[in-house]
Design a protein around this ligand. Structure first.
Ligand SMILES: *[C@@H]1O[C@H](CO)[C@@H](O)[C@H](O)[C@H]1NC(C)=O
Ligand SMILES: *[C@@H]1O[C@H](CO)[C@@H](O)[C@H](O)[C@H]1NC(C)=O
Ligand SMILES: *[C@@H]1O[C@H](CO)[C@@H](O)[C@H](O)[C@H]1NC(C)=O
Length: 173
């Protein structure tokens, strides 16, 4: 039997989320909302590129200065780019990552200059440090994002991570 199958019964009680709810209406795809949707996709795509390359100087192109980044415990919540940067620097030290987006739904309110997005995620972590080399972990989750349009373009004000199925793996710090 494969290890993930053995672990599944142990991990299932850790699932705290309810089933994801589909949008209540189809996307509006006028010219202006289509342009905004692509701009938002580009903003959101910078997150895997920044995190996986550990280039946190890109974060101001993704988040507003006081943005909220929320994750289920034990990771917790971070407010503001300096706090998010400090978290990533510590948390991803000794770790190679790949954040891969999947299904994505973006809902733009052009008049208000706001948008919400749901983005499925598979995140893979592999340890590279002295105490965790070769250990791995895979999260299958969804980002729930709230964005605002500012002078520099669309930025995330709230990114909240929601796990969808049990985490697989054994990565330690
Ligand atoms: C980080 O990304 C910025 C913007 O693309 C780039 O100018 C800079 O050289 C990158 N830094 C590193 C260390 O790769
Ligand atoms: C990252 O890990 C290395 C090796 O364990 C350690 O020497 C270094 O201090 C760590 N850096 C941070 C920012 O925690
Ligand atoms: C961010 O959004 C989540 C829902 O996705 C919500 O629970 C949380 O309160 C929001 N945080 C802030 C600071 O608005």
């Amino acid at each position: 039997m494969h290890l993930p199958q053995l672990l599944l019964p142990l991990l299932l009680p850790l699932l705290t989320t309810s089933l994801p709810q589909p949008p209540s209406h189809p996307p509006s795809l006028s010219f202006s909302t289509t342009i905004a949707t692509i701009q938002i996709q580009q903003t959101l795509a910078l997150w895997p590129l920044a995190v996986d390359s550990k280039n946190y100087t890109l974060l101001p192109l993704i988040f507003t200065p006081t943005a909220f980044l929320g994750s289920p415990p034990p990771t917790g919540n971070f407010i503001g780019i300096p706090s998010i940067t400090a978290f990533l620097t510590l948390f991803l030290n000794n770790t190679l990552t790949q954040h891969s987006y999947g299904t994505q739904y973006i809902d733009v309110d052009i008049e208000r200059g706001t948008a919400s997005a749901a983005t499925y995620l598979i995140a893979s972590f592999v340890g590279t440090g002295p105490s965790n080399a070769g250990e791995y972990l895979v999260n299958r989750a969804k980002y729930e994002d709230e964005l605002v349009e500012g002078e520099g373009g669309w930025r995330v004000v709230n990114r909240t991570l929601v796990y969808m199925v049990p985490t697989v793996g054994n990565l330690t710090a």
